[in-house]
Design a protein around this ligand. Structure first.
Ligand code: HEM
Length: 263
């Protein structure tokens, strides 16, 4: 049907793809909601998400309570930047490791930036984990029923330091080489188990190619995997037990000390 437009000329027909029905913004929202509903009807994820997000938190919590999440974001930063570094890094002692790091810094697009994020992120994570542990300690948040959260936290702290130790060797320059030899020797002085630990770290009696591959595997697969699992458990406990109230609020009645989070 010809529609007469302004000045008496027939108006161009509207192609179906641009009709109001298909281009209105709600159509896209409805389509995505249908997909979300389809997944949720089968996986029931929203139930768990609601349990995670709509929690009661104590009155009086402050910025110090964000240090755990900040540590987690530092960990995620390490994981993401680490994946990109692993795409270019070569764990070879005959020039490969050191050269590949130089290549990342000098030639790869944003390589120096990503390498810097990973290197400085490691120190940031150590600082944050200690601050978080300090908050938990000084607020008495390690006491019943949160002892298990503390114990898992201690393991996470050890694993974070082990990440630092194993990562330090990877550039394989003079400093990382000699510092790691010192570190392995210090481990060797542990009572009874010392010699076994340093043998395990070196991958034999000699410090060399196997040591670097071993450190690389531990640094990018073993410890991150363990940490991801333990962080999951740590956060599950935080949600299950709830956040502890600050010491100055704890003294009050429980129903006064709790308020519902408004999201
Ligand atoms: C990768 C390391 C860690 C991550 C990602 C992490 C994450 C978190 C998060 C997100 C919370 C929620 C409340 C808050 O931020 O304070 C929390 C609570 C807690 N964390 Fe950690 N944490 C880590 C290491 C540690 C360490 C080293 C300790 C102690 C040795 C620890 C002990 C605890 C305890 C006891 C709670 C419960 C605190 C409360 O209920 O007030 N965590 N953690």
């Amino acid at each position: 049907m010809a529609i007469i437009g302004s000045r008496g000329r027939p108006a161009a027909p509207v192609p179906p793809a641009q009709s109001d029905e298909l281009t209105r913004p709600e159509a896209a929202t409805e389509a995505s909601l249908t997909v979300v509903n389809w997944i949720d009807e089968r996986a029931q994820l929203s139930q768990g998400l609601r349990w995670m997000m709509f929690r009661k938190v104590p009155k009086g919590i402050n910025w110090a309570y964000t240090l755990g999440s900040a540590t987690m974001f530092a960990f995620l930063n390490q994981a993401v930047t680490g994946v990109f570094l692993a795409m270019y890094y070569r764990p070879s002692v005959t020039g490969g490791a050191y050269e590949s790091i130089r290549n990342i810094n000098d030639n790869v697009f944003l390589g120096q930036f990503v390498h810097g994020m990973h290197k400085w992120g490691a120190s940031v994570m150590i600082v944050l984990i200690f601050l978080h542990m300090g908050r938990v300690f000084f607020f008495g948040a390690y006491k019943y029923p949160r002892e298990l959260s503390w114990i898992i936290g201690v393991v996470l702290l050890i694993l974070t330091m082990a990440m630092g130790f194993t990562g330090y060797l990877l550039p394989f320059d003079q400093r990382s080489y000699w510092a790691t030899i010192v570190g392995v020797n210090i481990n060797g002085t542990a009572p009874f188990l010392g010699p076994y630990i340093s043998d395990f770290l070196r991958g034999g009696p000699e410090f060399g190619a196997t040591t670097l591959s071993r450190f690389y595997a531990i640094h990018m697969m073993l410890i991150p995997g363990l940490m991801a699992a333990l962080i999951g458990l740590h956060l599950y406990l935080v949600m299950k037990l709830g956040i502890s109230a600050p010491p100055w609020i704890k003294a009050q009645e429980p129903d006064v000390a709790i308020e519902k989070v408004e999201v």
